[in-house]
Ligand binder design. Structure first.
Ligand SMILES: [Zn+2]
Length: 289
């Protein structure tokens, strides 16, 4: 089975290469017949991506950061991460929307990935004056933050669709087993087509059967809120003892009948990357045959 799409992480640090170098790889993907998704990696310090890469806006505009400083995630590089944009900062809000629009305009895109947005996949706190002023009297600080961030992501989806009406928007947001209320919360992002789940069994120390249960639950909950289902496969960071689980894992993922299956590049932190790549191809082929 051949791939049908490819995801690109777009980093602000690549802006100086945007006019010439970055479009080349996007054009090569188009020539290969791949649909192209853009992920706004590390934007506002709130999206996933290479965690040693800080976002640019909060570095240049300290007044835009959440207060107090957000706690750095578990994979973050101390000192570089933990600055996060307050989505009620008007300067950041305008910058983020223009940045996303500019990327889609320059590069084109068939899809937009919102990758593990902080403040949605896990709660954050911002006690700045802007957030206090925008909080409704009956809202807790946590509920208000969820609302602010879901509205911001809705604006991002709307901006993307304004530029590319056919774009497919997807948000990687859950393992799959979170309580139903969390999926209802994710679905408050207006203009969101799909929700991605990440049943990374080896990463969380579960046996492979757990993938089947997680995909079934995740499928029910994602479809229960009227969204398409994307499943991300853990074909990264695999120890040799986990490799043999991959064919069964792919079968279980296929049983959930997802709308899209995402895979990581074969070289990523596996004991035997070549074997993982071969098993990935075999696993995907077993689903479509
Ligand atoms: Zn704030």
């Amino acid at each position: 089975m051949g791939a049908t799409a490819v995801a690109f992480h777009a980093y602000e640090q690549d802006l100086h290469r945007l006019p010439i170098d970055v479009p080349r790889i996007h054009e090569a993907a188009t020539r290969a017949g791949l649909r192209r998704y853009i992920s706004l990696a590390r934007l506002g310090g709130m999206m996933a991506g290479l965690y040693s890469v800080p976002d640019v806006y909060t570095y240049l505009h300290p007044e835009s950061r959440v207060t107090p400083r957000a706690k750095a995630g578990p994979h973050a590089t101390p000192g570089l991460s933990g600055h996060m944009a307050c989505v009620n900062d008007a300067g950041f809000r305008q910058y983020a929307l223009e940045y996303a629009d500019g990327l889609i305009r320059r590069l084109g895109a068939d899809g937009l990935i919102i990758d593990e947005p902080q403040g949605v996949v896990r709660p954050i706190v911002c006690e700045c004056e802007r957030c206090e002023a925008a909080r409704r009297p009956d809202e807790t600080r946590e509920d208000a933050q969820y609302r602010f961030r879901l509205e911001f992501l809705s604006d991002l989806c709307a901006k993307a669709r304004e530029r590319a009406p056919q774009i497919r928007t997807t948000m990687v947001a859950a393992v799959g087993l979170e309580r139903p209320e969390m999926f209802q919360l994710f679905a408050r992002v207006r203009g969101l087509d799909a929700i991605g789940i990440e049943p990374f069994w080896a990463f969380v120390g579960k046996d492979p059967q757990w993938v089947g249960e997680t995909c079934a639950t995740g499928s029910e909950r994602v479809r229960g809120v009227g969204r398409q289902l994307d499943i991300w496969t853990q074909n990264f960071g695999l120890k040799a003892r986990h490799q043999a689980d991959l064919p069964a894992v792919y079968r279980m993922i296929g049983d959930a009948r997802p709308d899209a299956i995402w895979n990581f590049w074969w070289w990523r932190a596996c004991d035997d990357p070549a074997a993982v790549m071969a098993l990935t191809r075999q696993g995907l082929a077993s689903i479509v045959s």
